[in-house]
Design a protein around this ligand. Structure first.
Ligand SMILES: Cc1cc2nc3c(=O)[nH]c(=O)nc-3n(C[C@H](O)[C@H](O)[C@H](O)COP(=O)(O)OP(=O)(O)OC[C@H]3O[C@@H](n4cnc5c(N)ncnc54)[C@H](O)[C@@H]3O)c2cc1C
Length: 437
């Protein structure tokens, strides 16, 4: 007989969805009452030593929209979301002790700060259960142990693709009522529907939250069939259609990689597979790869020398770095991308590769400064993808080539041949390059 719990708490972190959420589903399926709680990371309001917030305004706004959507989704199903303002394990301790909460579920994490939270939860007198909810592949379905993860992506991909099964996404579970504990009966702070204004030129004008993610998925794959030409368009710079734009929802966990995968396969069955449908899954495998890489190497992904023995020599110059941040280096292709990031919280993959390469190889600055700035700005910030890609571009990751240099002139001529992208972001209307929170 499966074990039953009287009261469970599910702590939402980077899994802000109801569908295909094994951790939340476990609490719902095994407890008589469930209290859904959101807890921000401990570093949420920290400052970077260079003087900018670790989490900037665009990211915070994106989270607000996502939490609002999650709360509405829960309310419609007879539940609610209790939002904590800080990462406060001591309050949880009091609840566990005073109200006899016997089960805590939370999504597992690959990164150190998030793992520290899970470790501190384990000191509470309740059963703590973690579930990996972000990857395509489960650890049990990998064809190797995490410590034997191949150090080259292509080797990883080939081994995985030999014989792989991606588990089907889970349905939204039946959600048990909230615990009948008056003190926990809030009043639940109602989250405000604050749709943030979007920059008129943003390539990402979409809204946060699971329901918006699922609408976008349907439109991208089945209604507009943009998936069918993904490979040809993915290197674009302008507009909403050049790549899937799934990343900001994936980053908050508003949608799972498996849900996307399942719909791509459905599309292939209905309309036929092609190089583009394959390539989207290929990119999702990159995302998995950086997660498993973090699982294997832990905090080394934050070290100056990354996964190599020696760090590249850098010549750190805060004034030069500031020019890069603000998009005032004088190298227009880089500046246009950096202004887009500053003003919208989004940048294309092509832009990110170029901006990172320019900082590291042309300006010879510390790659970790650049990664921290992306962390502060990107609404799709994901610790594994961000630090993994920065290491890759800096030649300090697992790339078999050590010179990932992108010549910005050549790249601009190739990907912005008519100059439309540079014109858009460098024109007076679009840019006030001041860097705020
Ligand atoms: C320096 C640098 C920093 C980056 N930081 C992040 C980050 O913080 N968060 C993030 O999600 N991606 C990051 N990326 C990867 C990539 O740029 C974005 O995932 C992509 O641009 C998001 O747009 P999209 O969803 O339209 O991508 P699409 O091209 O439509 O790709 C589909 C999905 O595949 C995954 N994906 C695609 N490319 C990569 C990649 N290179 N690495 C890992 N996953 C990938 C993403 O989940 C993406 O949503 C970074 C890349 C670079 C070069």
């Amino acid at each position: 007989m499966k074990e039953r719990y009287n009261i469970a708490i599910h702590i939402f972190t980077n899994d802000l969805r109801l569908e295909d959420n094994e951790a939340f589903a476990f609490a719902c399926n095994h407890a008589d009452t469930v209290l859904p709680v959101y807890m921000p990371p401990a570093h949420w309001n920290d400052q970077h030593p260079l003087g900018f917030p670790r989490v900037g305004t665009a990211r915070k706004n994106w989270l607000e929209e996502t939490l609002y959507d999650l709360q509405q989704n829960l309310i419609e199903r007879g539940s609610n979301l209790l939002r904590m303002d800080t990462c406060d394990v001591e309050t949880l301790r009091i609840w566990v002790q005073d109200y006899g909460i016997s089960l805590i579920t939370i999504a597992d994490s690959f990164a150190q700060e998030e793992k520290d939270l899970i470790d501190s939860l384990r000191s509470l007198p309740a059963k703590v259960m973690t579930f990996e909810t972000s990857c395509l592949l489960s650890v049990e379905d990998l064809p190797f142990a995490v410590q034997d993860l191949p150090l080259v992506f292509t080797t990883f991909r080939k081994q995985v693709e030999k014989n792989w099964t991606v588990r089907a996404p889970l349905h939204v579970p039946a959600i048990p009522p909230l615990p009948a504990i008056p003190a926990l009966h809030f009043p639940v702070p109602g989250l405000k529907e604050e749709t943030q204004e979007r920059h008129p030129f943003s390539a990402f004008p979409f809204q946060g939250g699971e329901r918006h993610a699922l609408i976008h998925l349907r439109q991208y794959i089945f209604e507009r069939k943009l998936i069918a030409t993904y490979k040809e368009t993915r290197n674009g710079l302008l507009g909403t259609e050049y790549s899937s734009k799934f990343s900001p929802w994936l980053a908050t966990g508003a949608i799972s990689a498996r849900t996307i995968y399942a719909q791509v396969r459905r599309f292939e069955e209905a309309e036929g597979a092609n190089a583009s449908t394959y390539w989207l899954i290929f990119e999702l495998l990159w995302r998995d790869y950086f997660k498993w890489l973090t699982a294997r190497f832990g905090s080394r992904i934050f070290h100056a020398s990354g996964l190599k023995e020696d760090a590249n020599v850098t010549n750190n110059n805060p004034a030069l770095f500031r020019k890069w941040m603000e998009g005032t280096t004088g190298q227009y292709f880089i500046d246009a991308n950096m202004r887009e990031l500053q003003q919208t919280g989004f940048m294309s993959n092509r832009g990110r590769q170029n901006a990172a390469s320019y900082l590291v190889h042309d300006l010879q600055q510390d790659w970790r400064w650049g990664a921290a700035w992306f962390e502060s700005r990107l609404i799709d910030y994901d610790v594994c993808s961000n630090y993994g890609n920065w290491l890759y571009v800096a030649g300090l990751g697992t790339d078999p080539r050590s010179d990932r240099y992108f010549n910005p002139e050549v790249q601009a001529n190739r990907y912005d041949s008519d100059g439309a992208f540079r014109k858009l972001w460098l024109s007076e209307h679009s840019s006030t390059a001041s860097v705020k929170s």
